[in-house]
Ligand binder design. Structure first.
Ligand SMILES: [Zn+2]
Length: 331
């Protein structure tokens, strides 16, 4: 994370770089001390590297420009385009959920002062721009809402999106930090030194452990209106939901299934069946289906958002089975 120069970078999310560090370090009073101890125990660097380049997220020889932690130094890094992508998902899903999904079902006047649905098209435009960054870098269109420069009427959702974005990146950074704090990197190094390799099944176990550690860590920060359970939960769902659009697959050899990772967060929050976060998760799955034409059928009537998610998850199970059958094919 930049130490003081908050305005490094070229993309509008650069103005939140300092906020990211403050949000990450200020989770709860003891966290700064815990960070120091993790650094002392494992020799990891505390400062997070903010990598600026105008590149798409996928399609590079060296791998995707997604958040990482180096095995040798425990250096956590995050790319600016990935951050723009996460901001776009935060804004897009917030607006689409509030204006198109949840708003109409409450019958209440929206508190942004405009008619309900006024911002829906902006939600889709921002979401589409964000999804476009996966394969092709494009400068943020100045007419689209963004954290750096926005019209007065856009401020309502931009400020809410900023908080979700900070919570999303916080979850992601905590996942990477977990690999240091849980001793995963130490184990990787020792295995390498013995000339052995850690198996994909073991990596998968460590990845699940890192998600759990990250969730426990961000949950400890829940307090007051600025770090509400909804914001922290929406952030964690967005952090993990960001993985849904990078490729169609829900399963992988080295990570727990994408829907199971989101499911662990939702169950960790002990949500009421009517909680909006179920609806937000459903919106992520519907956008995934839209992008990859996976054929989800959500035409039924659902009493609660949780029931909708359950209907989707049932279908994802069979999609995953097909995926695995393909992967296990002989060809
Ligand atoms: Zn990981």
């Amino acid at each position: 994370m930049p130490e003081r120069d908050d305005f490094m970078g070229t993309q509008p999310v650069r103005v939140l770089a300092g906020n990211l560090l403050a949000w990450f370090e200020g989770k709860y009073p003891e966290f700064r001390q815990e960070l120091k101890e993790i650094g002392r125990t494992f020799g990891a660097t505390r400062v997070i590297k903010y990598v600026c380049n105008e590149e798409p997220i996928v399609g590079h020889k060296q791998g995707n420009l997604t958040p990482y932690v180096t095995v040798a130094e425990g250096q956590i890094g995050i790319h600016e385009t990935f951050l723009s992508y996460v901001w776009g998902l935060s804004y897009g899903f917030l607006v689409i959920f509030d204006e198109q999904i949840h708003g109409p079902s409450t019958g209440r006047e929206p508190s942004h002062g405009k008619p309900l649905g006024y911002f829906t098209s902006r939600g889709y435009e921002v979401l589409n721009h964000a999804l476009g960054l996966i394969a092709e870098f494009e400068t943020w269109p100045p007419n689209l809402p963004n954290p750096e420069n926005c019209a007065a009427e856009d401020r309502f959702f931009v400020e809410k999106a900023n908080a979700i974005y900070l919570a999303a990146v916080d979850f992601i950074l905590c996942h990477e930090l977990a690999h240091v704090a849980c001793g995963h990197l130490k184990r990787r190094k020792e295995t390498d030194q013995r000339g052995e390799h850690i198996t994909p099944a073991e990596i998968k176990k460590l990845e699940g452990e890192a998600d759990k550690w990250a969730f426990d860590c961000v949950s400890r920060g829940i307090r007051g209106p600025e770090r509400s359970a909804t914001t922290v939960g929406f952030g964690a769902v967005t952090g993990l939901g960001s993985l849904l659009f990078l490729n169609r697959g829900l399963t992988s050899g080295t990570h727990p299934d994408k829907d199971d990772r989101i499911g662990s967060v939702l169950s960790g929050l002990s949500l009421d069946e009517k909680d909006s976060l179920w609806g937000v998760a459903a919106a992520f799955y519907m956008a995934w289906d839209q992008r990859f034409q996976a054929g989800l059928d959500i035409s039924g009537e659902f009493d609660t958002y949780q029931a909708l998610v359950q209907a989707i998850l049932g279908q994802l199970e069979s999609i995953k089975r097909e995926e695995q059958d393909r992967q296990m094919g002989l060809d």
